[in-house]
Ligand binder design. Structure first.
Ligand SMILES: [Zn+2]
Length: 450
């Protein structure tokens, strides 16, 4: 079996992946802050590292892989959204978490083995902060914030390799007037008067809530241990989030590493530009599904570039992805999939998750529907019957739902039987106009969207 090779951000090297405990793998992926619908950037990280999850399950066995993706359900943005909408925090985060999971399901992202919510690990976070204070790595500032003292760690900054000036500039985002050093960052912040009780927790430092970074340090330690195999996330998290996770975990646990391998996916752009609400090119997964794109089309688009490179998400890519899937579904035609994933496809994914290469290998399997299906299904594609695929895609505003189309086809058949050919032709015209292609065959009429 070929080795899995991964680009480790910590060493800037492609390395053979060797688990700490032979035969067992622990992965932590930073999950969403739940107050809004997932956008395409969130989806990219989830889909890219779903490929890692699928590969590890294939190579090590599902029961030997712990894949953790957290939910941040306490945060300034959540509190702001709750105040703005009048929705209680618990209701907002529960609904938003369910939306996120529904979207990932539409993108064929496998369920994770653990989905810790930050609010369920407050005692563990407090415990870790107490250890950091005891060891001289953290202090309670006069304004009530508990801060990590960055100069207390002599090799801070190994992951991001940032200059001291950049570190200080980054740290200024978290304003606290009482810092001993400009680069110190928040571990625990006191509740402000206007903030709701439901977002505050009792602690040795009074009512308050954890900083974002300590959440991941405490949850990963609780579930995967002091040192684990792989930590993943978007490359916008390298600094300060991951750098600070490392500082907290290593200093609290007295370890040389937090995770052995750090993986980061590149940013997502839309039509060549950074996705932003002000540019009007901000897309949620829900927007695109609502426009009639199928989840598998979005998934293939998101995997069409190497995970580490920036990905330019374009209309042209969506069309390309849809055409590719059409051709795969046509070749496959529902035949039983081969028992083994074809070796060239596995080799591509084991080589630093090279999904573009894997897709090219699948294209080359045109003469072997069983192998093509096994390969595509390993990548989370061809997950429905060809019939459902060609009928799917939802309906746009002027479009027809699948049920409405079925009803019209039955009405047309009845009209023909009753020799009401005018009505039968009318229905066919209506469907043609809606982009529905009818195929009359021996077994009745089938349809697909054109
Ligand atoms: Zn995190």
């Amino acid at each position: 079996m070929t080795e899995i090779r991964l680009t480790n951000t910590l060493t800037r090297q492609i390395e053979d992946f060797v688990p700490i405990i032979p035969g067992q793998v622990g992965v932590y992926l930073c999950g969403p802050t739940v107050y809004d619908l997932a956008h395409l950037g969130n989806a990219r990280s989830a889909v890219n590292f779903d490929m890692l999850h699928r590969l590890l399950r294939h190579d090590f066995g599902a029961e030997n892989v712990s894949f953790v993706r957290n939910i941040t359900d306490v945060d300034d943005k959540i509190i702001a959204r709750s105040i703005e909408t009048g929705k209680p925090i618990g209701e907002l985060t529960a609904a938003s978490t369910q939306d996120y999971l529904d979207d990932l399901d539409a993108l064929s992202v496998l369920p994770v083995t653990n989905m810790p919510r930050a609010t369920e690990y407050i005692p563990e976070m407090i415990g870790m902060i107490e250890v950091l204070i005891d060891k001289g790595h953290a202090y309670v500032a006069p304004d009530g914030n508990v801060l990590f003292h960055v100069p207390s760690m002599n090799d801070y900054g190994q992951l991001s390799r940032r200059s001291q000036d950049d570190i200080i500039a980054g740290a200024r985002v978290e304003v606290s007037s009482a810092k001993r050093d400009a680069s110190d960052f928040v571990l625990w912040k006191p509740k402000k008067n206007e903030e709701p009780e439901s977002a505050a927790f009792a602690s040795p430092w009074g009512l308050g809530r954890p900083g974002w970074h300590i959440e991941c340090s405490a949850m990963s330690k609780s579930i995967l241990g002091d040192v684990f195999d792989i930590h993943a996330g978007g490359n916008d998290l390298i600094f300060p989030h991951h750098e600070n996770e490392i500082a907290q975990s290593r200093c609290a646990n007295d370890t040389a590493h937090m995770a052995k391998t750090w993986l980061h996916n590149g940013m997502l752009m839309v039509e060549g530009q950074k996705m932003s609400k002000s540019l009007g090119n901000f897309f949620t997964v829900r927007d695109l599904l609502g426009e009639g794109h199928q989840g598998e089309t979005l998934r293939l688009s998101l995997l069409s570039g190497h995970y580490r490179a920036p990905l330019d998400f374009t209309q042209a890519k969506l069309v390309e992805a849809k055409n590719r899937l059409d051709s795969w579904y046509r070749t496959w035609n529902g035949a039983p999939a081969a028992a083994e994933v074809p070796e060239p496809v596995l080799r591509a994914v084991r080589d630093d998750l090279n999904t573009p290469q894997a897709f090219a290998e699948i294209d080359a399997l045109k003469s072997n529907p069983a192998q093509l299906a096994a390969a595509a299904q390993f990548l989370g594609l061809l997950t429905q019957s060809p019939e459902d695929w060609f009928q799917g895609g939802g309906s746009d505003e002027d479009g027809l739902s699948g049920d409405a189309i079925d009803a019209l086809i039955i009405e047309r058949a009845d009209a023909k039987k009753a020799k009401n050919f005018a009505r039968a032709d009318e229905i066919r015209d209506q469907l043609t106009e809606a982009g529905i292609i009818l195929e009359d065959g021996a077994g009745g009429t089938t349809w697909r969207r054109g």
